[in-house]
Design a protein around this ligand. Sequence first.
Ligand SMILES: Cc1cc2nc3c(=O)[nH]c(=O)nc-3n(C[C@H](O)[C@H](O)[C@H](O)COP(=O)(O)O)c2cc1C
Length: 304
Amino acid sequence: MVDLNVHIGDLQLKNPVGTASGTFGFGEEYADFMDLNKLGAIYVKGLTAKHREGNPYPRMAETSSGMLNAVGLQNKGVDYFISNIWPRIKHYDTEIIPNVNGSTVEEYIEVTEKLNEVEGINAIELNISCPNVKEGGMAFGVSCPSAMAVTEAVRNVFDKTLIVKLSPNVTDITEIAKGVEDMGADAVSLVNTFLAMAIDVKTRRPVLSTVTGGLSGPAIKPIALRMVWQVYHAIKIPVIGMGGIMNATDAIEFMLAGATAIQIGTANFIDPQVTLKIMDGLVSYCEEQNISKISDLTGQLRNI
Ligand SMILES: Cc1cc2nc3c(=O)[nH]c(=O)nc-3n(C[C@H](O)[C@H](O)[C@H](O)COP(=O)(O)O)c2cc1C
């Protein structure tokens, strides 16, 4: 038997495998395909203070080894989540972690204050890295002073585990990671999508209505892995790794690079049961390697 428990701030996750925000709805959409109770965590779709329509179509495109999205934080707002969705999903035996967004620091505070009051919500993931909104979003996550300011403001109104989700669209991700750690983040998650674009040569127009969007999937994995490794060595708080994880081997790479837990995003669109397969693969690897606690894998990359 392998002990799969991992710790993120005050949270104890029953295993390190979670689903990435925006790729797994509120979990319930996948309930017919898999047992949600088996997941370590569900990081739900990004929430804002008010209802948002998101960006016009087309806002998704397939690319070589990946996909572009420019959904633009479509959601019905935090109040709708708390009164209509949370009551339907709160009984699942997994950690459900809302993803908090805003165009201003005040909006981040407003969403967080509301979630702080909800019994059973034990953590939030603060998204300062959305590349698909005109105001706020990634703008907070690509400058160290603004990343620190929003983290500090949210820390002041949130008593539970605070995870800050970092943007890869920066020169030095370790600087931002250290900044948000100093402001009281309990963990960081990385990476969000990479700013990217595609062109339709027949029409000579951009494929996405917003011209640019966020790249995810296997195409970003080696870069995301490098960033997780760098951040792991720069800070003391736990790192939650993601970016192109498609199978158990990818997940093990992220853990060896320094991730305490991982999130699976784009892979859910290809195989809705991929998380369970990754979990089985992690257990088999630990058994083969005589590892009794999965947490012992974190950061165990050997020297060349
Ligand atoms: C369609 C789509 C919607 C997304 N929406 C959000 C979101 O609302 N909040 C967020 O923090 N990340 C969002 N993301 C980013 C993912 O959570 C994840 O960081 C990224 O896709 C990299 O992981 P992957 O390569 O495994 O997909 C979204 C990604 C996709 C593909």
